[in-house]
Design a protein around this ligand. Sequence first.
Ligand code: BES
Ligand code: ZN
Ligand code: ZN
Length: 493
Amino acid sequence: METSLLAAPLNQIEADALIVLSFEKEEGGPEPLPGLPVESIQELYQSGEFKGKSLETALLRRPPGLKAGKLLVAGGGKWTKFDASELRKTSGAALRLLKSKGARSIVLALGPGFSAEPHVAAAIEGAILGDYEPDRYKTEHLDEKKTVASFAVAVPEATPALEEALRRGRIVAESQNFARDLVSEPANRLTPTVLAERARQMAADQDLECEVLDRERMQQLGMGALLGVAAGSEEPPALIVLRYRPLESAPDAPHLGLVGKGITFDAGGISIKPSENMDKMKYDMAGGAAVLGAMRALAQLKPAIPVTALVPAVENMPSGRAQRPGDIVTTLSGKTVEVLNTDAEGRLILADAITYAKSLGCTHLVDAATLTGAIVVALGYVYVGAFASDDALLERVLVASKASGEKMWRMPLDDDFKEVLKSAFADMPNIGNRWGGAITAAMFLKEFSDQTPWVHLDIAGTAWLEESKPFLAKGPSGTPVRTLIRLATDWTG
Ligand code: BES
Ligand code: ZN
Ligand code: ZN
């Protein structure tokens, strides 16, 4: 899909469809854009057919006075509450609707109040994200497939700053779709080796440094926790390391480490999962995919600080070689862990990846992981659970998440939760008791990040959409790619 910025009067715009925003009727709302068929729109409100609510739409065919074939009036809710995040969703929903009606060229017109850089970026992001479908393995009806060829954002005045906002929005959304593509791959096609290969290819395309540690190297280093999880699979593990370095940075500059859980399939190991919904466990590498997606964007957006990404890629399977409940492994940190449940494997591979990240010089760590079912119980499919050992780093993450429209909620991480992490035979067990499972999982990770400022994002509830939304297809959501990008690009040293 081609994207562009446009500055033209509405009645000059030629497109299959033109989208305009229209809000709930309230005092002091924005003036309608010059050239709009205001009577037709007025009628929509008067008939009660359209109220201007968020994500509400009305389609006018052959709108009077316009060259565009259709006019989509897109509700924005209350104009006082309408921000870039709302626009991202509105733009995506409008694109998806128009695409289903066969529109190939689409223009979204933004009025003076809603056409600053964040709006233009969000509008483009929404369109590119809304356009995405995880359908690459469908062979039927390919010839009839509806595609949008071009999407333009029309603004009162096209400036270089807005062109740059459009470029950045496109990079962000394409990188998020890159992550979604990885997540939607089934586990027979995306093994740890294939994930490492895809990362290597992306790094070569984007001029990032890439290194992949194999089993032998992990053995030399002493990554016993990661290797324990890998033991049950025929597929060898891979630890993917990508590096972005700015042209100049002070020797004492912060160095951000992004760590992503890369379990390409989580059968649970010997503590095997029930078969119902086990197919979903191909998305257990969504944290790793998000980190790779973020690096793809950062290579182009060039933040001021160095960023290193680490993705431990492993398949968690039961077999005659698999680790057993009760096994004790020695982690890279030297701490020993009693593996009481082989299905709590994410924290084991992350423990070693986090320790390794510190050894590479990362001064601040953020991990993203589909870590626990318990976070879904706590926050539903709506919020990412954010855990932090450092308030300042958490604040950066939350500011980035707000700007990106990816909802996050702080979860507690008091030492009181450590009480349940006691093992009779090793330094720690890998599970707590029934209660607060997302927190004890985070507490386990904290033992490894230790003194290094660290934020853990549990994305088990948010990385996968069980149902499509008006603005996003069912399947991988790409959360939290945008937050990770923003975190790095807003960091000025
Ligand atoms: N990958 C799962 C967590 C998960 C659950 C992700 C649902 C996405 C959707 C993780 O490895 C796991 O199995 N966690 C266990 C931990 C338990 C054994 C302490 C869980 O949440 O049940
Ligand atoms: Zn598991
Ligand atoms: Zn898992």
